[in-house]
Design a binder for this molecule. Structure first.
Ligand SMILES: Cc1cc2nc3c(=O)[nH]c(=O)nc-3n(C[C@H](O)[C@H](O)[C@H](O)COP(=O)(O)OP(=O)(O)OC[C@H]3O[C@@H](n4cnc5c(N)ncnc54)[C@H](O)[C@@H]3O)c2cc1C
Length: 406
């Protein structure tokens, strides 16, 4: 019996430094009960631990891997509020008020994260960048104008740019786009480690490798059991296990696929102006960003299967596709990958995550950042769950319920 599936989450080589000597020491599993046990020490678990220890709770994190070595290390870490499903499309499903409400809450989560990074003084290459959403087969120039109007009606900082203005302002091929504010880039591994360190300073423990195989309800809350038979009692447990989802709790609407990314050698960037975060209104879409050490990252070319062997077997072919299509999108002569990686990726029908209490369980929570904005969704998850545990539920919490699709 296993709480979560074991997945080979990524193949190839990512561009973030992952040296073993940067790993925090592993703590023994606490002998005493804690307020909150968090299963998973990726960006979601780290964000939760930081927020909950700041609220004065005792927290224990458990991970079967070293911290920040799951999907978080595969992330290209564009920190955005605009979701994969456009606001105009979400409006057709939920109506304008409900669609706007969801997008505004995600936007607020980005700003909360920016404030948190600043307050904690995290050294994680956090930088504010304009975000460019280029016309594609999902939204052409006309569709982007409507999308801009919908975002502006929601009070969100986006504006439509004609193709020639995109070219002159950003030094990119001529293509209509939305330009948006309140977007950022970050090193996701450094961010996660910084958050874990902040939580550890306030007494959080981080136990790895510790594979949680079972969580049961007790009179005082929950009891977690590991593969080695050790147990931990907690008032609450949060399942922050990423794409290794607890399928007995997470509905099938949250699906797995595969995604691919390349990064050029350090010193290649900047190749366009203002170091904008770039993505396409297309399905599947391509996206690009620079890094603090001057790499160009290009990602996308997604597949809707999740089999790791099949995924990794495609890496060489996908590297060539990303080099060619990335160079076209950016209008540069050649892109040559210094590293390339393939990874499991989770999506949802509305591009939004699964955050909330497990149905029928008082003390068990899901925090699954499915959708393109996993880093932002970690900030959102931490806010929603911290508010609920403080007895003051966020007014928008139902928008992100894992069970919203029925
Ligand atoms: C190629 C790619 C590009 C991406 N680009 C972006 C981007 O540009 N912007 C963005 O915001 N998001 C992006 N994402 C998404 C984002 O990276 C993820 O949503 C996020 O990193 C997931 O974090 P997590 O903490 O939920 O999962 P993980 O980092 O995978 O952490 C979960 C942890 O849970 C542990 N675990 C699982 N089961 C158990 C168990 N039973 N017991 C103990 N431990 C367990 C795992 O070992 C793992 O370490 C991208 C993802 C990929 C793959």
């Amino acid at each position: 019996m296993s709480l979560t599936e074991h997945l080979d989450l990524r193949g190839g080589r990512v561009c973030w430094p992952e040296a073993d000597d940067s790993l925090p020491a592993a703590d023994p599993l606490p002998r005493h009960a804690v307020d909150v046990a968090i299963v998973g020490a990726g960006v979601m678990g780290a964000m939760l631990a930081e927020r909950l220890t700041a609220a004065g709770r005792t927290v224990a994190l458990l991970d079967r891997r070293p911290p920040a070595r799951g999907s978080t290390a595969a992330s290209t870490a564009l920190v955005m509020w605009a979701a994969d499903t456009p606001l105009t499309a979400l409006t057709e499903t939920w109506g304008p008020a409900e669609a706007q409400r969801r997008w505004r809450r995600v936007h607020a989560a980005v700003l909360e994260l920016a404030a948190r990074v600043a307050t904690l003084g995290l050294d994680c290459r956090w930088a504010s960048r304009p975000e460019l959403y280029l016309a594609g087969d999902l939204l052409d120039a006309h569709g982007l104008r409507r999308e801009a109007a919908a975002r502006q009606a929601a009070g969100l900082p986006s504006a439509f740019l004609e193709a020639d203005l995109v070219a002159s302002r950003f030094g990119l091929p001529s293509r209509a786009a939305l330009v948006s504010g309140d977007a950022f880039e970050v090193d996701p591994v450094a961010l996660t480690q910084g958050l874990l360190a902040a939580a550890a300073k306030r007494g959080a423990t981080l136990t790895w490798p510790a594979d949680v195989t079972d969580i049961v309800t007790t009179a005082a809350g929950v009891r977690l059991t590991t593969a080695k038979g050790a147990t931990l009692d907690a008032g609450q447990a949060i399942i922050a296990t990423g794409y290794e989802a607890a399928r007995q709790y997470l509905p099938a609407a949250f699906r797995l696929g595969s995604s691919f990314a390349i990064a050029t050698a350090p010193g290649t960037d900047p190749a366009w102006r203002d170091e904008a975060l770039i993505w396409e209104a297309a399905d599947p879409y391509l996206y690009a960003r620079g890094t603090a050490d001057g790499r160009i990252i290009v990602g996308g070319a997604d597949e809707d299967f999740a089999d790791p062997a099949r995924r990794d077997a495609m890496l060489d072919a996908k590297r060539a596709v990303l080099e060619r299509r990335g160079a076209e999108m950016l209008g540069i002569g050649e892109l040559r990958a210094d590293c390339a990686w393939a990874a499991t990726f989770g999506s949802s029908p509305d591009g939004l995550p699964a955050i909330g209490r497990v149905q029928g369980q008082e003390n068990l929570w899901l925090a699954a950042g499915f959708g393109g904005n996993g880093v932002t969704f970690a900030s959102l998850g931490a806010s929603l769950i911290a508010a609920a545990l403080a007895g003051a539920p966020d007014p928008d919490e139902a928008c992100f319920s894992p069970y919203r699709f029925g």
